[in-house]
Design a protein around this ligand. Structure first.
Ligand code: ATP
Length: 304
């Protein structure tokens, strides 16, 4: 019999949640407390190089020295689209390597199709694109996993999350998102085919704006039409981000119904605090409501 049959499956911590729900913060906090941790990004836009503000990649300074993998590594122009099958292949190699070095892999990101592709025992790239479609639910989501997984699902009441996400877009704009998108803008429509990183929320919305008001035109003074087009692009980004979050939560709920043992951590209070006082730092709410329960769950998992 194949020797691998008797081998225990590798352990993986998986942090799930909608965009903006604090997964990166939790992953760094956990990695600081479990210092052998290494993070594998599972956000399908953050795997690509570029657009760091637009795709919300965690800045290097906030990584606190924790190794990150598949974060900004893939060049769309050379590689093309990084598919769920690619993710399964590369992330599995990383998990094997991290485990061999006796470290702990933590998979973090909002792309549930990537997470599903990586974890299921039997992966079929052809049916995978339908895996989250309503009518296919029972048939295609598999609960047979090839790793021992500890799932943490950071959840936030949707009205609080959507307000937070709208505010976050304003913060991203203040941090230079429009300049980043302007540098990325390609006036050659034929090359703007909408694959890879070009699908990131912000790119199509601002491509429409830059088509009318190319970056080379400069700020354009007080032109009210330009102002309105800009506001429309910003509103579209906010709406699309909230829709993405809603879809992601729907997918997570389906995985749970399909038998994935997701441990839900409610981060609503910590986010409410950010909305009312600008930060949850210093209040201890994040530590009490999100970090401490997560640490307990991970500790127990590592002892099993
Ligand atoms: P799908 O089944 O739609 O592929 P998924 O779970 O595989 O969903 P998501 O992470 O939900 O993947 O991403 C779907 C789309 O949401 C992306 O194609 C992109 O337009 C947008 N998106 C996702 N993550 C980001 C991000 N970090 N920055 C900007 N846009 C993003």
């Amino acid at each position: 019999m194949d020797a691998s049959f008797h081998r225990r499956k590798d352990k993986v911590v998986v942090i799930m949640g909608a965009t903006g729900s604090g997964k990166s913060r939790l992953s760094i906090d956990l990695a600081t407390l479990f210092p052998t941790s290494e993070i594998i990004n599972s956000d399908k836009m953050q795997v690509y190089r570029g657009l760091d503000i637009t795709t919300n990649k965690i800045p290097t300074a906030q990584r606190r020295g924790v190794p990150h993998h598949l974060l900004g590594d893939v060049d769309t122009d050379h590689y093309g689209e990084f598919s769920p099958a690619d993710f399964r292949h590369h992330a599995a190699d990383l998990i094997a390597d991290i485990t061999r070095r006796k470290n702990l892999p933590i998979v973090v990101g909002g792309s549930n199709s990537f997470v599903h592709a990586l974890l299921v025992q039997n992966f079929d790239p052809h049916s995978h694109s339908n895996v989250f479609q309503q009518q296919q639910e029972e048939a295609l989501i598999s609960s047979e996993l090839r790793y021992r997984c500890c799932f943490l699902w950071v959840d936030i009441a949707f009205p609080v999350l959507s307000q937070y996400l709208r505010d976050r877009v304003d913060d991203m704009l203040d941090s230079g998102m429009v300049d980043e998108l302007a540098q990325f803008f390609d006036p050659d429509a034929a090359r703007r085919t909408g694959f890879g990183i070009r699908k990131a929320i912000g790119v199509p919305e601002f491509d429409r704006f830059f088509n009318k008001y190319p970056p080379s035109m400069g700020q354009g003074g007080d032109d009210p039409l330009r102002e309105r087009a800009y506001e429309e692009a910003v509103k579209a980004i906010k709406d699309n981000t909230c829709e993405l979050a809603e879809r992601q939560i729907g997918k997570i709920e389906r995985l749970k119904r399909a038998g994935w043992d997701l441990r839900r951590i409610d981060a609503t209070e910590a986010f409410r605090m950010v909305l009312t006082s600008g930060s949850s730092n210093g209040s201890g709410v994040w530590e009490r409501q999100v970090l401490e329960p997560s640490v307990k769950i991970v500790k127990r998992f590592l002892m099993e």
